[in-house]
Design a protein around this ligand. Structure first.
Ligand SMILES: [Zn+2]
Length: 390
């Protein structure tokens, strides 16, 4: 996922207590590190934000210049003492945040960060910060009488043997699995829809909304041909000032990937795909509220480059799961009419908030059974076509 917020693996695909993996995030994502003024008593202020179902973002600021050596990050369930060894060691002075992944759901965790000078010694400890992860599973969210609109989030789709090192399971989906899912949907009377279909309420039988984030070139190279082959559509949200460039907002461990140029984006439109906005530089509108004008800017960029007023917007980084009303207002004021959320993954239906429309993640290892669970299409499957394991 390379891409939007580091995506925890699907709850169904990770049980038990896996080792905690740590990823760094870019400074444009969270508040910038404080300037380093020489002061005699450095302090470290730690915040826990973006509590996700199986991951959590930490950020901190440093109050003074020190002879920087490394940051050490400690984490443990709040009922247990913090371990003697850190779960992550960060040696980049300017990386003042990370995500801790693979956590247990509905569990309170404690976190501390230590800044160790290059000369060694005890260094500076932050206070202990506690945060509780969200529930696991696939929460139900469809009120009686409302039409389910399964909505899936993808980033990269390409052949598994072309995945680069570091391809995040939450962001890279094998084209083999993608075609498996499309073929299954085609054979079972599923119809893809656009945001206009959802807004108009003119939904076909068994609708599904397929969304891609960031506008990667592999969308045009691999996903679009498969979608066209099966007569389907998908929406892609474009980072309008990064077209033709690379996903420079990604965290350092994630491979950079190429973004479509405007001519390539127009080819997607010609193939029947929907194109929307994703801000101009992929900013988190909750953490970087001063960047809110990028919503209007992205809308204007799309109008200028494509010649029509787009309906669809996608919040970069899922706004960290914050249903942030100021951003929703900005999206509507800009001219967009529909926006997708990311966190927490939830089922969507025709009555869901059109400015915070929930999605489910497509994860790299998803079996057909998991796909059917995320889309709730299982009831349409024949008794013999789904293998018992998942
Ligand atoms: Zn994104």
């Amino acid at each position: 996922m390379p891409t939007c917020p580091p995506i925890p693996k699907a709850p169904s695909s990770r049980r038990g207590c896996p080792a905690i993996a740590v990823l760094l995030a870019l400074s444009l994502f969270l508040p910038a590190c404080s300037s380093r003024q020489a002061q005699p008593s450095p302090t470290l202020s730690l915040q826990a934000g973006m509590v996700l179902n199986r991951a959590l973002f930490l950020s901190w600021t440093e109050a003074s210049e020190v002879d920087f050596g490394r940051y050490e990050v400690y984490a443990a369930p709040a009922s247990e003492p913090l371990p003697d060894t850190p779960v992550a060691v960060l040696e980049e002075a300017d990386h003042c945040y990370l995500s801790v992944r693979g956590l247990e759901p509905e569990t309170e965790y404690a976190f501390r960060v230590r800044l160790v000078p290059a000369a060694g010694g005890e260094g500076t400890w932050s206070d202990t910060v506690r945060a509780t992860t969200l529930e696991d599973g696939f929460p139900e969210g469809t009120p009686p009488g409302s039409i389910p609109v399964p909505t899936l989030m993808y980033h990269h789709v390409r052949p598994l043997d072309t995945f680069p090192p570091g391809a995040d399971p939450g962001g890279w989906y094998p084209s083999e699995s993608f075609e498996r899912d499309l073929a299954w949907m085609k054979a079972h009377g599923i119809h893809t829809v656009t945001s206009a279909d959802i807004l108009d309420g003119r939904l076909p039988e068994n609708p599904v909304f397929l969304t891609f984030d960031d506008g990667y070139t592999d969308f045009l190279d691999y996903a679009v041909p498969l979608l066209v082959k099966y007569g389907f559509q998908a929406a892609n949200a474009i980072v309008t000032q990064r077209t033709g460039g690379q996903s420079v907002w990604a965290i350092p461990e994630w491979p950079l990937d190429s973004l479509m140029t405007w001519p390539q984006i127009r080819r997607c439109l010609q193939a029947g795909m929907e194109i929307g906005g994703h801000t101009q530089t992929h900013v988190n509108l909750y953490w970087n509220q001063e960047q809110m004008p990028q919503v209007q800017g992205s809308f204007d960029d799309l109008v200028s480059a494509l010649g029509f007023r787009p309906l669809y917007f996608c919040y970069p980084w899922g706004m960290g799961g914050h249903d942030f009303v100021d951003a929703k207002i900005a999206v509507g004021d800009a001219g967009y009419r529909f926006a997708t959320a990311t966190w927490p993954p939830r089922h969507a239906n025709a009555a869901s908030d059109p400015f915070f429309f929930p999605r489910q993640f497509a994860n790299q290892e998803d079996t057909l059974q998991v796909f059917l669970e995320k889309t709730r299409f299982r009831a349409l499957a024949g008794p013999d076509e789904i293998p018992p394991e998942r």
